[in-house]
Design a protein around this ligand. Structure first.
Ligand SMILES: *Cc1c(COP(=O)(O)O)cnc(C)c1O
Length: 488
């Protein structure tokens, strides 16, 4: 274990200090004595070099995309170009305040307007709100819009959302939060929605259907038109969980194939470093008839006129019909500004190549690994696929968790494990488009080696990881008994 900065304390050591302040105003002139700290802070005394080494060492303990492959299925851990980070940190963007008058922030409003517009085009939807700040909050917003639509039509009896059993856990959670019952439909032997089961579950009480496409098995759901016909027949709405849009860019426009509402995960598909609970963005797009219900305000554009050069403005004109606001101000500006930059950089051809390469990379891994690991749905996949540690479990009593831990020893982040729930010992693998053939081959090699170890030296897998600074942790205890205070 690395030492803490407190353990590196040695009296008298210090880092760089600024000269004494020669401005005569003292803190107590500005802040009442009552609010000032009475005792000195007990800070460790360390040299500047100690501090540098300490934090550099810490930064190496965590895995990140800059350090190694990160095939965490459903999370789209792609490499995000550093150029975008430089651009979005432009002082004209980071130093503005949401209460500034429109006329002083025309550039930022243009970015909002254009981002709405481009996302609408990518998804085939009429209009997009950038306000939700996570995929799950996008789901909540989209379902609120669905509920509002039904209330407006006096569809008060509608109380149920249907979704497949492969759905991400946030789908039933969002439905519950909005006040709907969620009903799960089982998947058929091909990993797609069982249409007969769907027909049985549908009645007048159905408010809508939530589908992830490609679904969490990485399979493109081809029966979407049949599903949307069945749902629309009872005046239900079709919701697309668009977290897997990395497979569809420039190839499929969900708004054109029967979906009424979708959310994006900009922090997954559109270039924002994520993980660890950092800022996200989950915009919601809707078809024409649902536009009045979107959260307000939307960024809008008026034609230039001589007396008023305020072309871009925040439009509150649908305030009376809107579901309201779902976040303070305008959502996470920095995240959708990154998406704006990403889309502008790639253009429509580039976006399409993103998805094509994401799909090719996933299929390459699938083809190379299926001789070693069980793949329950072995047909061609989209941007990800689900393998299983079932063979290793049955033969050697090695759990998928052990395989995941052993991968860490080889400098690779584990795939998503035990999800989707319908595959036992699931290993959900999403390479993304940003990885080279060498990296993919290295991962294949590592997975084959682990399979060999399962046969020849199962103990080394069962007791993994061996090379990481922290061994197996009790995740449940860590979450339930959070203790982040260091006493010294
Ligand atoms: C990530 C994900 C979500 C939730 O998105 P968050 O931004 O984590 O809230 C929902 N559905 C699917 C399929 C996802 O992969």
């Amino acid at each position: 274990m690395a030492k803490t900065i407190f353990e590196k304390h040695a009296p008298g050591r210090k880092g760089y200090t600024l000269p004494d302040n020669d401005v005569s105003v003292s803190v107590s002139d500005c802040i009442s004595e009552n609010y000032l700290r009475k005792d000195n802070l007990k800070l460790p005394e360390v040299s500047e070099l100690d501090v540098m080494r300490h934090f550099l060492e810490l930064s190496h303990l965590n895995h990140c995309i800059e350090k190694g492959f990160y095939p965490l299925g459903s999370c789209t851990m792609k490499y995000n170009p550093k150029l975008h980070e430089t651009l979005v940190r432009n002082c004209g963007l980071v130093n503005i305040h949401p209460w500034q008058p429109d006329i002083t922030v025309q550039g930022a409003l243009e970015i909002m307007y254009e981002a709405q517009h481009m996302l609408a085009e990518i998804s085939g939807m009429k209009q997009v709100s950038l306000q939700p700040v996570a995929g799950a909050q996008g789901e909540f917003t989209g379902l609120k819009i669905m509920q509002h639509y039904h209330q407006m039509k006096n569809n008060h009896h509608k109380n149920t959302i249907i979704m497949p059993d492969s759905a991400h856990g946030t789908n039933p959670a969002s439905a519950t939060l909005v006040g709907y019952n969620s009903v799960q439909i089982k998947s058929n032997s091909e990993g797609m929605v069982d249409i007969e089961a769907l027909k049985k579950a549908v009645d007048e009480n159905v408010a809508g259907f939530m589908l992830t496409n490609p679904n969490t098995l990485g399979i493109f759901e081809t029966q979407f038109d049949l599903i949307s016909e069945i749902i629309h027949e009872v005046d239900g709405l079709m919701y697309l969980d668009g977290a897997n849009l990395n497979a569809l860019l420039g190839i499929v426009q969900p708004g054109k194939i029967g979906f009424d509402i979708l959310h994006f995960n900009l922090h997954k598909t559109f270039s924002t470093p994520h993980g660890g609970g950092g800022p996200g963005s989950g915009p919601v797009g809707v078809v024409d008839k649902l536009v009045p219900y979107l959260p307000y305000p939307l960024a809008n554009k008026r034609s230039a006129d001589k007396h008023d050069d305020c072309i871009y403005y925040l439009d509150n004109s649908h305030l009376d019909t809107s579901i309201g606001k779902v976040h303070s101000f305008y959502g996470n500006f920095g995240v959708y500004a990154r998406a704006y930059i990403y889309i502008k950089m790639l253009g429509s051809k580039g976006l399409k190549r993103v998805s094509e390469n994401a799909i090719i990379n996933a299929n390459y891994l699938l083809a190379k690994l299926k001789d070693y690991y069980h793949v329950p749905y072995p047909k061609n996949c989209m941007h990800e696929f689900v393998a299983s540690g079932k063979i290793q479990k049955e033969k050697h009593d090695i759990k998928t968790l052990d395989i995941a831990k052993r991968l860490l020893d080889k400098g690779i982040h584990a795939p998503t494990i035990y999800f989707p729930l319908i595959v036992s010992e699931a290993l959900m693998i999403e390479p993304t488009e940003t990885e080279s053939l060498e990296t993919l081959d290295n991962f294949i090699q590592a997975m084959i080696e682990i399979d060999q170890e399962c046969n020849e030296n199962p103990e080394v897998v069962k007791s993994a990881p061996h090379n990481t600074p922290v061994k197996r942790v009790d995740d449940v205890k860590a979450a339930r008994e959070l203790d982040v205070k260091y006493e010294w």
